[in-house]
Design a protein around this ligand. Structure first.
Ligand code: COA
Length: 638
């Protein structure tokens, strides 16, 4: 019955019918959240500090206290809105963040290195990719994408498809204080269907529909050839305006204010802001295209001197085709999560590699109007912004310490054989790696999808559990006081705690969204900021020194992103049946972190845990053999 009913989700999500299918994100009970909060932080802060925090939290949650007032309002908000946390979360997580989008916020997909025979071959790949994007978009527009169903923990329930409808319809406008994410839902068919192509830091409009008919692959290729020719023309070349979008959001907003004083710039911006997606034709970087290098090039384009300005970071989807075969996707994170980005990227990649080329015969190519170069008017003030943005991007480029590590010894299958959740196991291994690096655990973020609910995005699994701390201590204890069975018990406890937190998070019972909701309600009521949110513990617990997420793929490619704090690590992982890809990032400017060191100890830890499990299994088998032997008649007759 559930499946039958959920089929209507295939059709527009805006209908009340589909909203009836998925439940609303719940508001957890106040006491439950406060108790969990204390449990999450107790082992991460000093004892004195914890005592203070506990008193503050108890006061907040006391009968008739501030917490109750806010909780009541939050429940009212839940009744009135489709998703009570959506706007709060979007602003807090993305729109209010003033940091530059590349590295700090925008995740990327890195495709396998392509081998192009020549320039034309690369353009052929780009034309194919654009056709793939158009086919995928047609599925979205027809609301014909099959509904996703949850896998892994609590598998089988339908998931909200809303994020897919934002892939090609969103644009993030920079603001002086906060950004604005505009989504053109129900885009009328009259809206121009065009792609922006970036080539040699110039921007071109590629209309993909001419005379009501979409361009075929050959026509797209011919348009791309015209674009590259136009971009070659040094006399017409304009300054690298795209670099402005790589700047801090406030700085870009200021530059944009200066740009829009001129009508030419306004027209060009309007075309970029209404496009379907950006396709970046990148120049060869001249670097050895290893996994780590390709990840870096996707994350920041290699800076001003390479392809750093051949981007428009506000646009949700940017497909990168490097003439040297370095390809992938860069996305603005605010409209959707990595899982949706993967679905789209995989579709496009399968389209490119799966079906035979659909090159039309020369006779069937139409005479098409040439693509248009976007024009810009610059004054010295804007030139100043360009130079400053370029400097800041350069600093970011020099600062990013990235290490893509393929752990080949085992993958999900080995972990499942231990009767453990692969995701929880990897999270515990990441905790062990962090502990080996710095001798402590820190506030950790793991994204948990809440797409089981209407317009659900994510909440946080706080993976630095007390049980994880007990386990990593037993594994690193120099006096070797812990027996294998004690370590094994602690491993199982840590994995169970992690799995239980995961289940709570994906069912809407985690604490981060809830605490944010209470904080925002207090602000809306113009109340003085409750003490719980000014407390040192709360502030520290929101500095995610370890920021992790699972982004699995079924096609050869991987996702990565940068750290979210200056002294932190980003750790994105892609578990496969017999190997796991880890993308570890940190900043060189922070002397306390090193991606290479993290990867080294992660590898060590994964091997140590495997050995522990194997010794445990061997001991269990021996025990079983012995007890079986004991139950059998003694042949010797002794
Ligand atoms: N014994 C044996 N097998 C087990 C097991 C156990 N104790 N526990 C789990 N498994 C199996 C599952 O059945 C599943 O099998 P499948 O591969 O056949 O589907 C597999 O192991 C994976 O499950 P698990 O590792 O527990 O994790 P999960 O798939 O449920 O993932 C999250 C957990 C938190 C990653 C997931 O719920 C989620 O939220 N994903 C989205 C993350 C996200 O948003 N990322 C993008 C951020 S931009």
């Amino acid at each position: 019955y559930i499946r039958q009913k959920s089929i209507c989700i295939i059709h527009p999500y805006q209908t009340t019918e589909s909203h009836e299918v998925l439940p609303k994100v719940p508001v957890p009970p106040l006491k439950q959240t406060l108790d969990t909060y204390l449990k999450c932080v107790q082992h991460l802060v000093k004892e004195e500090q914890f005592k203070k925090t506990k008193a503050i939290v108890e006061k907040f949650g006391a009968p008739g206290g501030v917490g109750e007032v806010l909780q009541k309002k939050l429940l009212e908000r839940r009744d009135k809105t489709t998703n009570w946390v959506y706007d709060y979360w979007l602003e807090d997580m993305y729109l209010n963040n003033r940091l530059a989008l590349p590295v700090n916020s925008s995740p990327v997909m890195v495709f396998p290195k392509q081998t192009f025979r020549d320039h034309k071959d690369a353009l052929r790949f780009a034309a194919r990719l654009i056709r793939g994007v158009l086919e995928y978009k047609a599925l979205i527009d027809a609301r014909a994408l099959p509904v996703d169903f949850a896998r892994g923990q609590l598998a089988g329930t339908p998931l909200c498809m809303e994020q897919y409808y934002r892939l090609f319809t969103s644009y993030r406008y920079p603001g002086l204080k906060t950004d604005v994410l505009k989504v053109q839902m129900n885009a009328a068919s009259s809206v121009p269907e065009h792609i922006i192509v970036a080539c040699k830091n110039q921007f071109f409009v590629l209309d993909v529909v001419v005379n009501s008919k979409q361009l075929n692959e050959t026509e797209i290729l011919s348009q791309l050839e015209k674009i590259t020719k136009m971009a070659e023309n040094a006399e017409e070349r304009l300054p690298p305006v795209g670099i402005l979008t790589s700047d801090g959001r406030t700085e870009w907003a200021q530059a944009r204010d200066a740009l829009i004083k001129d009508q030419t710039n306004r027209d060009s911006l309007a075309l970029i802001e209404s496009c379907m997606c950006v396709v970046c034709l990148d120049e060869p970087s001249g670097l050895e295209p290893r996994d780590t290098t390709r990840a870096l090039l996707m994350l920041h384009g290699g800076g001003r001197e390479k392809n750093g300005a051949n981007r428009w970071y506000d646009k949700s989807m940017q497909f990168v085709v490097g003439m040297d075969g370095v390809c992938g996707v860069v996305c603005d994170h605010s409209p959707f999560e990595g899982i949706v980005l993967v679905q789209c990227s995989e579709y496009v990649m399968k389209y490119i590699t799966g079906s035979p080329s659909k090159m039309a015969r020369a006779s069937s190519i139409r005479e098409l109007p040439p693509p248009r170069r976007l024009l810009w008017k610059f004054n010295p003030h804007i030139q100043g912004h360009l130079a400053a943005a370029g400097d800041r991007l350069q600093r970011l480029v020099n600062n990013l310490d990235m290490d893509v590590f393929k752990f080949k010894v085992y993958g999900k299958e080995f972990i499942k054989k231990q009767k453990m959740s692969p995701d929880a196991f990897i999270q515990v291994a990441l905790q062990l790696a962090f502990f080996k690096c710095s001798g402590r655990l820190v506030s950790t973020y793991e994204s948990a999808s809440i797409r089981r609910f209407q317009e659900g995005r994510v909440d946080n699994i706080r993976s630095a559990t007390p049980e994880a701390l007990a386990f990593v201590k037993s594994m690193t204890d120099e006096r070797a006081t812990f027996t294998d069975s004690e370590k094994m018990k602690r491993l199982r406890d840590a994995i169970n705690a992690q799995t239980n937190y995961t289940i709570a998070a994906i069912t809407g019972m985690a604490i981060d969204n809830h605490l944010l909701g209470l904080l925002r309600i207090a602000k809306e009521l113009n109340m003085e900021k409750p003490e719980i949110f000014c407390d040192e513990t709360y502030l520290a617990s929101n500095q995610f020194i370890l920021s992790t997420s699972q982004v699995p793929t079924t096609v050869e490619m991987f996702c990565c992103y940068g750290p979210v704090v200056p002294n932190g690590y980003g750790a994105c992982y892609n578990p496969q049946s017999d190997h796991i890809i880890f993308c570890v990032s940190s900043f060189w400017e922070n002397t306390g972190t090193s991606s290479a060191v993290f990867v080294k100890v992660l590898n060590e830890g994964l091997l140590e845990i495997r050995d522990l499990c194997n010794r445990g299994s061997a001991a269990a088998t021996k025990l079983a053999d012995c007890s079986q032997g004991a139950g059998q008649p003694h042949k010797s007759g002794k």
